[in-house]
Design a protein. Sequence first.
Length: 224
Amino acid sequence: MKDKIKESYRQLIVDTGIEMLDKGITVGTWGNISARDPETDLVYISPSGMDYLSIKAKHVVVMDLNLNVIDGETEPSIEKHMHIAVFNTRKDVNAVVHTHPVYSSAFGTVEQPLPGISEDFIQIVGAEVQVARPYALPGTAELGETAVAGLGDNNAVLLPGHGALLVGTDMKMALKVSLVLEKNAQIYLYAKMLGGDIRAFKQNEIDFMQDFARNSYGKKNKGA
Ligand SMILES: [Zn+2]
């Protein structure tokens, strides 16, 4: 198995951690990141409790889909159950990001689903993001189960009293989902303050936007 390990994936985890700090997606050592190499099904995950700025490629832990550590000189993130549970359930997902965002977490705290009120959210996150229920303690296999159930076919799920879990076909997309989720939560809260009715998208509009995102968006520019 060790001969299948790719340094580029280890570096991806290092670079993504720094990008998360730069974009203000997470603070301190909180949050964790993983990527699956679809060719080998090996998972590259951030180490437990290390500052993102001190993580080097050698600290990234390589695991298989049965939670076995294949290589790594540090402990994997305590949320390994949650990351691996997603990869075992969603074959379309190759990157998982877990964050502790402010605005989206407000919805998880009151256990209220976050409806998609912006087009970008509908396109890459889902029509309505759910809260993982019931509450499960961090680092437990139970949290993995509730997170996967709450995620469904969406690309984000809210973890009550904890944070959010974002997924994507690749790391670029998972990070984009993270930013769009937080932006949508912020807009929703400001819109509520304005006091008017928040316009809900109709099902045919949701279908149109999701179909566009899947089949047309950016396709013409690929390879150009
Ligand atoms: Zn957490």
